[in-house]
Structure formats: C-alpha cells, structure tokens
Design a protein. Structure first.
Length: 298
C-alpha cells in the first residue's frame, strides 16, 4: 500500500534548511608526492700510515729531560784539589770502566809522562773522586734539566759569568766555612759530579740526524758509552769541548740498532776560579739507576 507523503516530509525534501543537512562527501584530490632520492656521494679518504722514518724518540720527544746524579764534595786539602794546572790532558784514564763502573787512572800513561804538570797524585787519590769515602768526601743527589731546542736537540748550560756551582753552601760548605771568594764570586769549588743515563741506539736509516753528544766545560770530564771512553777532557784547564758521533763510532762503542745502552759522565771541578758545565745532545736520554750515596763523611 502506498502512503502519500505528508506536508512535513515534502517540506524537508524541498527545503534542506528546514531539516537535517544531508551529508556531502568531499571530493578528495590525491596527489602523489614525487620524492627525489638523492644518493649522497661519500668520499672515502684513507688515513695515511705513520711515517715509517720517524723514530719513537722523534714522535714522542719530551720538552725537557731531568737527569739526577751524585755530587761529592771535597776539602781543598785533598791531594788532587787546587793541584797542578795541566791544560787538557787526554789519556789520564783507561779506555774502559772498571767492575764498579768507575774510571781507572791509566798508570802506563802516567809512567810514560815526562813533563811536570801531571795533575793527579796517585791511583788511590783518584779512586776517591767518584766513590763515597768516609773522612774524605760528602755526597748528595743533584738534578739538572735539559731543554729541547727547535732543532730537536737537548741542551743544558751553566757557564760563566754565573758558572756551575751546585755545591755552594752544601756539604762541607754548609756553614759557609768551605766557601772561597775569587774574581768569579764566592763559591765551593772542590767537587765531582757523576751522572748515569740510558738511551736507545736507533737505526740511522730511520732518522734525519746523527746521534751526538757534546760536553763543554772544566775541569776534568770523561764520558763513557757502553763502558767505553767516548769523550776525554781530562786535566785542570779552561773551558774546553769534546764530542762523539755515535753513528761514526758505532763499531768502536759496540752499538747495535734498537738496543739500550748506558752513558756515564764523570765531572770534576778542582781548581779556582771558573766552573763551566754544558751538555748538547741529539740523544733522547733517560734516567738510569743512581749510584748509592752514603751521606756526610767528615
């Protein structure tokens, strides 16, 4: 049965405002975004390997090197102090250290010397220079600091006018009685200094510079490398120098590549009025085991 529409239904159909607003589906425009995929170009840079010619010492060279040795102070009355001015006299000591690692007076050289300026009284008095001897000397530790220069070498200097006087107001001069006043000032002049240090002999083909050691000063100085005499500035004299090129003297010193060796320096200041001490080296030195010190003897 068909029922006729009512007036309300007709009004709603013809006038949307009078009733509910019919649902209108919106038109949706689908836009596909174009995505541009850009592959980044990555440049792979291979790191260069370390310079095979650079030695470990060159790569990690410290700015300073501290070396500690033994000062031994003597009275002026010691037979070898304020004795004869000989000038530089090579050959006073044997070419190798003794079993204690100390220099030995060369008796054959002494016997053959015919002059009047031989500067050491005897092997026994010389033996006291670098050993602690009760009643003869007093000892203590003393540290010097080498500075690295722009060329990679190391340097320490205490020279005139100030000089090298590590025993001032120390040892027998602690109360001032052992000090002497001269044109160079008031100082304790009669002492020795023993330094012991280690180094590695590196391959000459893998470095730019030779390994060298130079000492300049006064009085006596002997440098031993691997127990063998390398620098000889014996005697009572003014400021003088001696050097060793370890590469040139490699065979004589018994050096092998990449092996560790000991360098020992023996210094004596035993005559007024100057005391000078300078080290120049391309060696990368390291502290070694220190000789024992027995303290004050008098």
């Amino acid at each position: 049965e068909i029922r006729p529409a009512t007036a309300e239904e007709i009004e709603a159909a013809t006038n949307p405002e009078a009733g509910e607003t019919p649902a209108i589906e919106p038109e949706v425009e689908v836009v596909e975004a174009e995505v541009e995929v850009v592959e980044a170009e990555v440049e792979v840079v291979e790191a260069e390997p370390p310079d095979a010619t650079a030695s470990e010492d060159e790569t990690f060279a410290p700015e300073t090197i501290e070396l500690t040795g033994v000062i031994r102070d003597f009275h002026e009355a010691h037979p070898d102090m304020q004795y004869k001015v000989s000038g530089v006299m090579k050959g006073l000591v044997e070419t190798e250290l003794d079993a204690d690692g100390k220099p030995v007076l060369d008796e054959a050289f002494k016997a053959a010397y015919s002059g009047s300026k031989y500067p050491i009284n005897s092997a026994e008095t010389f033996r006291q220079w670098f050993r602690d001897v009760p009643g003869v000397n007093t000892s203590w530790l003393h540290t010097i600091t080498l500075q690295r220069l722009e060329d990679g070498s190391y340097y320490f200097a205490r020279e005139k006018p100030d000089g090298f006087f590590p025993a001032d107001y120390e040892g027998f001069a602690a109360n001032g009685t052992g000090m002497n006043t001269t044109s160079a000032g008031t100082h304790n002049y009669f002492f020795t200094y023993e330094l012991e240090m280690d180094f590695t002999y590196t391959d000459p083909d893998l470095r730019d510079d030779p390994l060298e050691f130079t000492f300049t000063g006064d009085d006596d100085v002997w440098v031993f490398i691997n127990g063998k005499l390398a620098c000889d500035i014996g005697g009572v004299h003014g400021q003088s120098s001696d050097s060793v090129n370890l590469d040139a003297e490699r065979a004589a010193l018994g050096l092998e590549v990449n092996e560790n060796y000991t360098l020992k320096l023996f210094f004596a200041e035993r005559y007024r009025v100057q005391s000078n001490f300078r080290i120049e080296t391309t060696l990368s030195l390291r502290k070694s085991e220190l000789p024992p010190t027995a303290g004050l003897f008098d």
